[in-house]
Design a protein around this ligand. Sequence first.
Ligand code: PXG
Ligand code: PLP
Length: 450
Amino acid sequence: MPAPIKLGHQPSGEIMSTPSATNFEPTPNNLESFWMPFTANRQFKAKPRLFVSAENMHYTTIEGRKVLDSTAGLWCCNAGHGRKKIVEAVSKQIANLDYAPAFQMGHPMAFQLASRLSQLMPGDLDHVFFTNSGSESVDTALKIAIAYHRAKGQGTRQRLIGRERGYHGVGFGGISVGGIVSNRKVFGSLLNGVDHLPHTFNLKEQAFSRGLPAWGAHLADELERLVTLHDASNIAAVIVEPVAGSTGVLMPPQGYLQKLRQICDKHGILLIFDEVITGFGRLGKGFATEYFGVQPDMVTAAKGLTSGTIPMGCVFVRKGIYDAFMDNAAENMIELFHGYTYSAHPVACAAALATLDIYKEEDLFNRANDLAPYWEDALHNLGMIGAVELEPIPGKPTARAFDAFLKCYEKGLLIRTTGDIIAMSPPLIAEKSHIDQIFDILSGVLKTLD
Ligand code: PXG
Ligand code: PLP
């Protein structure tokens, strides 16, 4: 029998046992095997931070400590944690119909959910394609954009335009149009034919602005420059986050999104809003599309769709795009050769419908809107989302923010850091007292940083 595997990092407490290569322990507990996503694995495994339960605004750690969730998990648990309505809907659904094939078959809830979702969108953004994540939503939208132009007899329109500092998930499409260097630089040549607009953040011009910065709408004109360079006949779509989330909550300058819309219209380019974070009430409206009064041609979503409970994403598509596919294929033909085993998974649909019920019954989007001024007083930002950018320690980027993250965690507050940016986006059920607590702890911690 092979010798038991010796693990590199043994955390304290009872969560470890000694695994062997041949016997599964009844409760295998090997911190090594899980290659954690977007995590400093060795650092984490040397000193793990584990949550074991969650309710409303709080997590409970494995040591039994309560931690206030100022990030709605990863920007997703908009209805708060442990919501009975979702738990019951999911339990009932999994017992009743655990899975139904998604290709050439359906189940009623998928149609019900798509119809209900389409009511959240303005105008003719009334068709919904289901995915399992934001990354899949983005890659789906990019593929639809290219195939749409081809269906319309404009197959040369293949180029995709993203933006610097954009985050569009981690699929090859998403990292190609995305603008975060570390998410792109080691993954080869990515998609061909992608350009990037400049990001819209300028500390000098925008340092003291509240809400939307007055400076920067002209940056949308860079799209005209790309059209001049490539010719519109080669450009399929532009994708942007209406408010950039991952790289520090960057607000669109006043008039910027409107300008992008105008330029896209002028040149027949599709405009995609990536609302994976901004969707489902984060800005105090259903979607940023409504908040800014700008209608894109597609909207990608995920996260808040099920309040983070079951993986699910979707792409909202304008009727004209859907119709182009229908008109282009014989009636017995599949119109779009794309989809996932778990598209419109019944359990995810049940979670999403229950989540939408909660948003409606508790009026959570308006609640977020009402809370936003209180949140902004503390943080100078928009909706229920905000960020603090720290000056990096020279030669040690990310260290200062990570130190803040660890100290907040020790003091019972979960924040999110990317680079030297601290981002926060609490569940929309937050009370003012939670917001006070978040900023009490955070400001205390910021004073103690090197
Ligand atoms: N688009 C946008 C705008 C996102 O914010 C994705 C796509 C990808 O979604 P999935 O479900 O594939 O992760 C996202 C996700 C952070 C953070 O703290 C942000 C995201 C995910 C995890 C952490 O910056 N955004
Ligand atoms: N890889 C293989 C071998 C598969 O058979 C499938 C789906 O059938 C996939 C990948 C795609 O998986 P999903 O549909 O869950 O995205």
